[in-house]
Design a binder for this molecule. Sequence first.
Ligand code: NAP
Length: 278
Amino acid sequence: MGDVPIFDDLKRIGHDRVTTIGMGTWGIGGYESPDYSRDGEGIKVLRHGLELGVNLIDTAEFYGAGHSEELVGEAIKGFEREYIFIISKVWPTHFDSESAKKAARGSIKRLGTYIDLYLLHWPVDDFRRIEETLHALEELVDEGLIRYIGVSNFDLELLRKSQEVMRKYEIVANEVKYSLRDRWPETTGLLDYMKREKIALIAYTPLEKGALTRNKCLAEIGKRYEKSSAQVALNYLIWEENVVAIPKAGSKVHLEENFGAMGWRLSREDREKARRCV
Ligand code: NAP
């Protein structure tokens, strides 16, 4: 990729600083069930990212039915733990106090380390279960098993409602789908609200599963910056002060390309143009 990427492009999650581009792991170690066939490659890619200076990894107990967490645990071996920020998530079937705590312990065992940010993976209809789980997570913070609490796929109303029931700790992040093609956090007021509340927005599926890497119009905008369509698509997101993005890359080449979205910013005008590309 030529230039070494600049990794002083950092954002706050809680009191920590993370690189504005992180590493997604859906598919690394399997999808709904474990896939052991490409373990070596998955570990190599994640280690490469850490070596380059990226410190944000997103995983979940659901990914590869826990195997993704095992691979993350392998990948981080030998790196300074305090430097790395690991996100994991509790699946809705574990949304009660006892199950959530058990799920967290399972994730921690697979990772071989504590969790920096633990998210409720998807909302459920019965808010009492969300509330109970959030309180269980507060106890996990007290026990030193997780450091921060967050949610995922929560809309504005649910996020607000969740914030209100917290007793000791704050919700520091909401991980939601956000891409140039799917700008719902902008149009529903979620993004602005989170900005005001200083809650990090962790943008998942930021490349629309790879579709935005092949967009000619974005590539045209990128020319002026010597950047690719993927890099423009990611830069569009991290342009917002509280947004980090977690694309999943299955190869070193893709990983490096995605990291090249850091260390620069689109002009306001080009950002407007990018919206019209999709
Ligand atoms: P994504 O990051 O938008 O897209 C991943 C796809 O894009 C992969 O097929 C990858 O191919 C390809 N890709 C990545 N970089 C590329 C590049 N530079 N050039 C060409 N192709 C490229 O989609 P995602 O995996 O759904 O989302 C990212 C992460 O968000 C997940 O891995 C997961 O950690 C998280 N997530 C969270 C939730 C939630 O509910 N909280 C839901 C979905 C996802 P290769 O594998 O060949 O590189």
